[in-house]
Unconditional design. Structure first.
Length: 352
């Protein structure tokens, strides 16, 4: 099965780009296509290709021609609403692929093939329902599914509304499920780190979180290390998503690396208790930054819905979401297998 992840990206590349690319290269069974204004080689790696567009307006013009409708894209974040249309927009790039998908760059991939197995791919059309990584079968039904995603409005009106409506994760997977497509959603595969806590916590894992937990990328596999009852354990994840965080690279990384709230650094030894300590000064800086970011998001939403006269349209959209989620059965796998964790050391002691 051949899969390509499509990523429009404009502006300065993120600080973790080289490490992100490193985790892509470690998954040779999968491909990535970066589309944007960065002057990158056409082939960054055997499985990572790049297509240059001068700016967002140039890509918008390309999309407009493909969809035969007038559109505007005022910010890169708006591409989230275009993701369900990638099968139609980028069809010329999809020859030979069984699936296309989308993902973020604020992630580090583990061994994707350990999760996206032939058994999962053979029997499903939409795999995962989160914008940081979703896979969609490359066929006419799935590539035109976006036409069914805008019952509260029209395709053109949604694409031209400045506000990102999260069509990629709030609408597409549920519409596909309701129309009888074979869907598989497993939230225990991913380490979706909450943006509001300095210590790593994955809200979607529920009781499978730990007070002290960090991650390590080792020979292409992503592990979570955690303290439990005085012992260090580890288990495997498909990827980690560090949403809305500063990703600080602390030193030059040439091999395996640690991913902790304090920063990312080269792994030169076995994980021990010292890796779990948190820097209180960094936590203070993190809390301040999150407060500023949250207030900015609230102001932006108020500007778009109230000051720009979109409040009625926004309420219709919210009602549509409420009904869509209410009448769509929840098939999400949310229980992590306990036997996935292995004991690393017998005695770790206690922090503090």
């Amino acid at each position: 099965m051949k899969i390509v992840f499509i990523i429009p990206y404009f502006g300065k590349l993120p600080s973790n780009f080289d490490l992100w690319l490193k985790t892509c290269k470690a998954n040779p069974e999968f491909n990535w296509l970066i589309i944007g204004d960065n002057d990158l080689p056409s082939n960054l790696a055997d499985n990572v290709s790049c297509f240059y567009f001068e700016d967002i307006a140039a890509l918008a013009k390309f999309i407009q021609a493909k969809l035969n409708m007038k559109i505007k894209i005022n910010n890169a974040y708006k591409f989230c609403d275009y993701r369900p249309l990638y099968g139609a927009i980028f069809e010329d790039y999809l020859d030979g692929y069984d699936f296309w998908g989308f993902c973020d760059m604020d992630v580090f991939f583990g061994k994707l093939a350990n999760f996206l197995t032939p058994e999962i791919l053979d029997t499903h059309d939409i795999i995962q329902r989160w914008g940081h990584l979703t896979v969609v079968r490359n066929n006419e039904t799935c590539n035109k599914l976006y036409e069914k995603c805008f019952d509260y409005s029209t395709v053109g009106e949604v694409l031209n509304w400045d506000m990102n409506q999260g069509t990629d994760e709030r609408i597409l997977p549920y519409v596909g499920q309701n129309l009888g497509l074979r869907c598989y959603f497993n939230q225990t595969w991913m380490a979706d780190v909450a943006p509001h806590t300095f210590q790593y916590r994955m809200d979607k894992l529920g009781n499978n979180n730990y007070t002290s937990q960090i991650f390590a990328w080792e020979h292409g596999v992503l592990y979570r290390y955690f303290l439990d009852e005085g012992h260090i354990h580890r288990d495997e994840f498909m990827y980690i998503h560090l949403q809305k965080r500063d990703i600080e690279i602390l030193n030059r990384i040439t091999g395996d690396f640690m991913i902790t709230p304090n920063g990312i650094y080269q792994k030169t030894r076995e994980v021990n208790l010292s890796d779990f300590f948190s820097d209180s000064r960094l936590k203070e800086r993190f809390d301040l930054r999150y407060k500023q970011m949250f207030n900015g998001l609230v102001r932006k939403r108020v500007m778009d819905t109230i000051l720009n006269g979109n409040i009625f349209k926004y309420l219709i959209y919210k009602r549509y979401l409420s009904n869509l989620w209410k009448y769509t059965p929840d098939i999400t796998v949310n229980t992590r297998e306990h036997n996935m964790a292995e004991l690393v050391t017998h005695e770790a002691g206690a922090i503090g």
